[in-house]
Design a protein around this ligand. Structure first.
Ligand code: BTX
Length: 328
């Protein structure tokens, strides 16, 4: 761990001021070195109070996100070790693909404050206003077969649902395959893109978009009936940087566990949060229209449904009438 990171850790835990001498003892560096670190921290937006004979105390944290601030306090072992932050990009997906081709490592993270061409699935647009959300792509190089790729998307959705559930009173749901809904409205979407050969994934770019601090009038009018933000739903402002760090940590942990022990665990968490799982919905495909009981998900990412006569069917892209609320 870097001295800088240790220094921040100590300061964070401290309720009162801590003296330069004590810091230099704990970190085993000179007081001049402490002083230099303090100046660096101030430059990066930390407000630090220095009181004579008492010492230092953090008054406020930087609100401007940077590669440094994202990496300090990031408790991961492989994800985000290489991390790139941009003020404005077209899409973090495009950057991640470029970096993948340049050979950047598994676990590389791309974060932007704003996307001007954020994209959803099937070339739909993804609204990504400046500083209001998390617009992030993860570059992964899993040793998995291409047919397992959908599991990574489902895994990412469980990570987001778990976090929202842990850090708020909200009741997040995962709408198959991978939208996160709160109160029937979409607050997050996941876009997984893959480069693969016959039987081996070369790389996956996993894009995560989360509406964090938008107010109602900052959601485009045409989607306001079906989209929302963490702030709108929870009535509090979320610290984007901290949320990113939590996501990366929990993603790493869940991913490692998944590689170790398989999909079962992810599947059960997914089904726990699954929107309308265990309920009846209407489904219409080209062939027929029917009432389906949603059973759960399958290892290949399909949604498993059962009809009135007990026949089970795997759905991949059926038109599902989710009913109720704004979301259709
Ligand atoms: P999706 O195709 O499920 O959702 C796109 C649809 O959602 C749009 O057609 C629109 O109706 C609605 N929508 C657009 N913007 C928002 C928003 N901010 N909140 C809620 N609903 C919205 C979901 O695709 C996948 C989104 C992935 C976004 C990430 S951000 C980082 C990475 N970079 C990038 O360009 N995309 C991914």
């Amino acid at each position: 761990e870097s001295t800088r990171k240790q220094l921040i850790n100590i300061l964070e835990k401290q309720k009162e001021h801590i003296s330069g001498q004590e810091l230099s003892d704990q970190l085993n560096i000179s007081r001049t070195a402490i002083w230099k670190h303090m100046n660096e921290l101030k430059k990066d937006g930390y407000q630090i109070e220095a009181v004579q004979r008492k010492g230092y105390k953090i008054i406020s944290y930087p609100d401007k996100i940077s590669e440094n601030t994202l990496q300090w306090g990031l408790e991961t072992s492989w994800i985000g070790k290489e991390l790139h932050h941009y003020d404005q990009v077209e899409s973090t997906q495009a950057i991640a693909h470029r970096m993948a081709k340049q050979g950047k490592p598994h676990g590389t993270v791309i974060v932007a404050d704003e996307q001007v061409k954020g994209k959803g699935r099937m070339s739909r647009p993804w609204h990504s206003p400046k500083g209001k959300g998390i617009w992030m792509s993860l570059l992964l190089r899993p040793e998995l077969a291409p047919i397992q790729a959908p599991q990574l998307t489902l895994l990412a959705a469980t990570v987001l649902a778990e976090l929202i559930s842990h850090y708020s009173e909200l009741d997040p749901k995962i709408k198959w395959p991978n939208d996160i809904l709160v109160n029937h409205k979409k607050i997050s979407g996941i876009l997984t893109e893959m480069q693969a050969e016959q039987d081996q994934i070369q790389y996956v770019v996993l894009g995560i978009g989360i509406n964090v601090n938008q107010e109602e009038d900052e959601i485009p009018e045409e989607i306001r009936h079906k989209a929302s933000s963490l702030k709108i739903e929870s009535n509090k402002t979320w610290e984007v940087q901290t949320v990113i760090q939590h996501i990366l940590r929990l993603f790493e942990q869940t991913y490692d566990q998944y590689l170790d022990s398989g999909f079962e665990h992810v599947k059960s968490i997914w089904e726990h949060y699954g929107y309308r799982i265990g309920e009846e919905v209407k489904i219409s495909t080209m062939k027929r229209s029917w009432k389906a009981f949603l059973v759960g998900i399958e290892p290949d990412g399909a949604l498993l449904a059962r009809d009135d006569s007990g026949n089970e069917e795997k759905l991949y892209s059926a038109e599902i009438h989710w009913g109720e609320g704004g979301y259709h």
